[in-house]
Write a new protein. Structure first.
Length: 423
C-alpha cells in the first residue's frame, strides 16, 4: 500500500493516524536499537513472502533525541519465500513423475497439496536436518490411487534455492554503495520476514556482512512490534514499554539423542511467543515427553531443567508422521507457558513455569561462560548425534522399502541392511 492511499484507508477503517513510520525504522525499534547511545549504522535485511528489501539506516543522537535516517534502500520485488516454495514444488513434482510416470502439475488439487507440503517441509527444515513428505492418495489413475513419499534433507533444499539466496546479495552491495559504506561500517544486521528463519539465509547474510545477524525478535512481527512501540511513545501510554525486559538465556526442549533444540533465543524481548513442529522418533510411538530447558549448551544435559510433561494417546503412525506443535509463550511478567498439541487429534498438554528467570546474574554469566568453554566438545557431541540420527533414519527407510517390496527385494541388499542395523 502506498503512502498516498493510507489516509483514505485509515478514514474508511476509522483509524486516527498519529505518524507514519517506515519499516526499517520500526524493525530497529523492535530490537531496542534506539536505546543505544552511540551513533549506529544498521542493515535491515527483509526477505518476506513475495519481496526482498534491504535498507541501511543511521541512528544518531541529535540534541538528546534519537534520529533515524534511511541512507539507502534496494531490493527485488519479484523475490521472496513463495519462490522458494515453487522450487520445492517443482522438485517434488519431478520426483513423483520419475517414480510414477505422472505429472502432478496437471492436477490443480494435487498441486495445492504439494504447495502446502512444500511450505510445511521448508519450515521444518529450519530446525531439522531431514523431514519426510508423505501425501497419501495424492492422485490416481486406472491402476488405482498413487501416493507421494519423499525424504528431504536440509542440504537438498539449500541446493534447490541456493541461487535465490545469492540473488539477495547484489541488492545488499548496491545499498551499501549508495550509502557510501562498506560492510565493515555496519554495526548491526537485523533480519525481517519469515524466510530469514532459514539457516542458509542467515549463514549467507552473516558471511556478507561479517557479522552475526540479530534474530531475537520474531521476524514476522518485528515491523508491527516496532510500530506498536512508537504508537505507545506518541500516545504517552505505558512509558515502561521502552524498558523491554529480555530472556537472559535460551529456552528450548530436549529432542532425539539428547540434543537441545532452541525455541526462544537468549536476549529475546518479552512478551514473546514461538511455535515449532516436532514428531515421533519411533513407529507407533504413543507418547512424547516435553522436557523444557534453559541454557546455551548444545546437549540437553548441560542445561538447566525447568520441567517436563507428557503428551499421550498419539494415534499409531510411522515415525516422523505425527505433527506435534510445541509452543513457548512468555508473558510480560516473565511467566513461561509451554504447550504441546497433537495436530491430528487436537489433544493438548501444557505446563506453567513461573521461575524461568529466577537465576541470579552470577548464575546466568556462569552458564554463558560454561557454554563458551565447552563449545567445541558440545559441537562434536551434537554432530555425532546428528550423524547417528541420520543413519538410523536411512536404515529405517531401507527396512520399510524392503518390507514394502516383500519377495521382490534383492537378497544381497536385504542382508546388507540387516548387517547395518546391528551396528
Amino acid at each position: 500500500m502506498t503512502k498516498e492511499k493510507l489516509p483514505k484507508t485509515q478514514e474508511l477503517c476509522r483509524i486516527r493516524r498519529k505518524r507514519i513510520i517506515n519499516e526499517p525504522t520500526a524493525a530497529a525499534l523492535a530490537y531496542g536499537l534506539d536505546k543505544q547511545q552511540n551513533e549506529q549504522k544498521i542493515a535491515v535485511y527483509d526477505l518476506g513472502g513475495g519481496t526482498f528489501d534491504v535498507s541501511i539506516i543511521e541512528i544518531s543522537n541529535v540534541d538528546g533525541e534519537q534520529s533515524f535516517d534511511v541512507l539507502s534502500t534496494n531490493g527485488d520485488t519479484f523475490l521472496g519465500g513463495e519462490d522458494f516454495d515453487l522450487r520445492l514444488i517443482d522438485y517434488l513434482a519431478d520426483e513423483f513423475k520419475k517414480d510414477q510416470g505422472m505429472d502432478l502439475r496437471n492436477d490443480p488439487m494435487a498441486i495445492q497439496r504439494l504447495k502446502e507440503a512444500a511450505e510445511k517441509a521448508k519450515i521444518e527444515l529450519s530446525s531439522s536436518n531431514q523431514t519426510d513428505i508423505n501425501l497419501p492418495y495424492v492422485t490416481a489413475d486406472a491402476s488405482g490411487p498413487k501416493h507421494l513419499n519423499v525424504k528431504l534433507t536440509r542440504a537438498k533444499l539449500e541446493s534447490l534455492v541456493e541461487d535465490l539466496i545469492n540473488k539477495t546479495i547484489t541488492p545488499c552491495e548496491k545499498a551499501l554503495k549508495d550509502a557510501g559504506l562498506s560492510s565493515s561500517d555496519i554495526n548491526e544486521v537485523i533480519l525481517v520476514g519469515g524466510q530469514t528463519r532459514m539457516p542458509k539465509v542467515q549463514e549467507v547474510v552473516k558471511s556478507f556482512f561479517n557479522k552475526e545477524p540479530k534474530k531475537e525478535v520474531n521476524p514476522d512481527e518485528a515491523v508491527a512490534m516496532g510500530a506498536a512501540i512508537q504508537a505507545g511513545v506518541l500516545g504517552g501510554d505505558v512509558k515502561d514499554v521502552l524498558l523491554l525486559d529480555v530472556t537472559p538465556l535460551t529456552l528450548g526442549i530436549e529432542t532425539m539423542g539428547g540434543v537441545r533444540t532452541p525455541l526462544i533465543e537468549k536476549n529475546s524481548t518479552i512478551p514473546t511467543k514461538k511455535s515449532q513442529i516436532f514428531s515421533t522418533a519411533e513407529d507407533n510411538q504413543p507418547a512424547v515427553t516435553i522436557h523444557v530447558l534453559q541454557g546455551e549448551r548444545e546437549m540437553a544435559s548441560g542445561n538447566k531443567s525447568l520441567g517436563r510433561f507428557d503428551l499421550t494417546d498419539i494415534p499409531p503412525a510411522p515415525r516422523g508422521t505425527p505433527q506435534i506443535e510445541v509452543t513457548f509463550d512468555i508473558d510480560a511478567n516473565g511467566i513461561l507457558n509451554v504447550a504441546a498439541k497433537d495436530q491430528a487429534t487436537g489433544k493438548e498438554q501444557s505446563i506453567v513455569i513461573k521461575g524461568s528467570s529466577g537465576l541470579s546474574d552470577e548464575e546466568i554469566e556462569k552458564m554463558k561462560k560454561d557454554a563458551e568453554l565447552h563449545a567445541e566438545e558440545d559441537k562434536k557431541a551434537k554432530d555425532l548425534v546428528d550423524a547417528k540420527n541420520q543413519a538410523e533414519a536411512m536404515i529405517h527407510a531401507s527396512e520399510k522399502s524392503i518390507k514394502d517390496l516383500g519377495d521382490k527385494a534383492d537378497k544381497a541388499e536385504v542382508d546388507k541392511v540387516n548387517e547395518l542395523s546391528k551396528i
